[in-house]
Design a binder for this molecule. Structure first.
Ligand code: MV4
Length: 449
């Protein structure tokens, strides 16, 4: 096992990884920007190194500074967390070439999945269902028109190097196709340095369901069931749950098998997530694979009993999974509410000093957060300041427990989305699990009338 790990991240996820290191008897190195000098992750780690000014580009994205910090502290491995450099294959290459261990999949898996056109080709060969659309990249407007002739409107044009909702254009009619096509290409070139785009039929009211997988370096690969992630706004998930209340056991088996096939196709090692879109008839399609740990991993940990961060570290150290697929059973229901420092209905960021923080507690409530009373939330980073996760025997009890936890939570000094969660948890559509990816945005629009 490793002696010391450097965590190339900040905030809640850095704290989560430091906690896992401590439980494994591994020393941790935190890196922090000048704006994060007094942050929880810098305090909790065994050692902390300042890697630059507040701007992410000069600190948490600064590969040279991160490698220098690893060298200086004699760290043997780097955990990237999520966001920042977590899906940057060049960074993974540099880590490995420097003789350190990358706690994540191979750079090759990351490159294949990072390029959506390449990923879809792999998935097709692996027999994973794909959204009907173009056969690979679409180079010209004539080609785009030919694709549309077959699939009909609406369509979605996606940047091959995009993902997570970045670099997409929905097109409803022939009249706007040419313009959208050239704009999407140009924007993809500017944002990702790659103008490659492809086209899919636009699914109008799908759910977003994703499958968690975990692989080791000995050829073992398992799935840890699915998460329901449809409750989102502006491509940012707000509340996630596991298992999906929408799936029957037959559909669950199919989508989890598809997730496994997707991961196997790239010889996946570590923790990964395969995102699917699911129609109301329960047909589902591969969307993309995230080659990192995700924000919502705790709901999967709770229903399966598997510590995903611990296993990311252990498989990176060469350990074999010490359980098989048959050992993994869904136990109860888990929900995660993301707490953001933002206006609950306008969604404008709300940085500043936390005058009082009181975390909820009691039975089956987990809080993953870097918050403390007196903490100054810097304006430079993501507005997520923590996650509340609850577990119970069934979904109804889990919602009740989350309502109870949400009522206990006190954060003063900054505004948070606590009230949004309280209203959402009481919403009949949410309670009946009758929603798709547009539910939250539609509901917010209605509320503001
Ligand atoms: C889609 C889609 C509908 N049809 N693709 C958004 C995130 C990125 N991973 C792909 N996304 C979508 N792709 C087809 N063919 C709708 C979305 C989408 C979405 C998907 C999941 C969760 C939230 C979403 C919000 C807007 C659009």
């Amino acid at each position: 096992m490793f002696h010391k790990i450097l965590i190339a991240n900040r905030g809640e996820i850095a704290v989560r990884i430091i906690r896992a290191c401590k439980e494994l008897g591994i020393l941790s190195v935190a890196v922090y920007s000048e704006a994060d000098r007094d942050s929880m992750h810098a305090r909790l780690a065994d050692e902390s190194v300042c890697i630059g000014p507040a701007a992410s580009a000069k600190s948490y994205l600064n590969i040279a500074a991160l490698m220098a910090a690893a060298e200086l502290t004699d760290a043997e491995a780097i955990h990237p967390g999520f966001g920042f450099l977590a899906e940057n294959a060049e960074f993974a290459d540099i880590v490995i070439e420097s003789g350190l261990v990358w706690i994540g999949p191979t750079p090759e898996s990351m490159r294949i999945m990072g390029d959506k056109v390449t990923a879809k080709k792999k998935m097709e060969i692996a027999g994973v269902p794909l959204v009907p659309g173009s056969d690979g990249a679409v180079e010209t407007i004539e080609e785009a028109k030919a694709v549309v002739k077959k699939s009909g409107f609406p369509i979605i044009i996606k940047a091959s190097a995009g993902g997570g909702g970045r670099g997409m254009k929905i097109v409803h009619s022939e009249a706007s196709l040419a313009n959208a096509f050239s704009m999407c290409k140009t924007e993809a070139g500017a944002a990702f340095g790659d103008e490659t785009v492809f086209i899919e039929k636009f699914l109008e009211e799908p759910r977003h369901i994703e499958v968690q997988v975990l692989g080791d370096t000995h050829g073992n690969l398992i799935h840890l069931f699915e998460r329901e992630c449809s409750m989102q706004r502006n491509n940012q998930k707000v509340l996630e749950e596991a298992p999906s209340p929408y799936l029957d056991s037959e559909t669950r088996e199919k989508i989890c098998a598809a997730g496994l096939a997707a991961a196997r196709a790239v010889n996946y090692v570590g923790a990964g997530t395969i995102e699917f879109l699911m129609n109301s008839d329960k047909s589902f399609y591969f969307m993309e694979m995230n080659t990192r740990i995700q924000v919502e991993h705790p709901v999967t940990e709770w229903i399966t009993g598997v510590d995903l961060i611990e296993w990311q570290i252990r498989v990176a150290a060469g350990d074999k999974l010490d359980f098989t697929q048959d050992n993994i059973k869904i136990k109860g229901h888990a929900i995660e509410c993301r707490i953001n420092a933002e206006h609950p209905f306008k969604f404008t960021p709300s940085p500043g000093t936390v005058e009082l923080y009181h975390a909820p507690g009691g039975r089956s409530v987990r809080v993953d957060s870097h918050l403390y009373t007196g903490y100054k939330i810097p304006p430079h980073y993501d507005s997520m300041i923590g996650k509340i996760i609850t577990h119970a025997r069934d979904r109804k009890k889990c919602i009740r427990r989350m309502q109870r936890a949400m009522d206990e939570l006190v954060i003063l000094g900054v505004t948070t989305n606590q009230e949004l969660h309280q209203r959402l948890l009481a919403n009949p559509g949410f309670q009946k699990a009758d929603f798709n990816i547009h539910f939250l945005e539609k509901w917010l629009r209605q509320m503001r009338l």
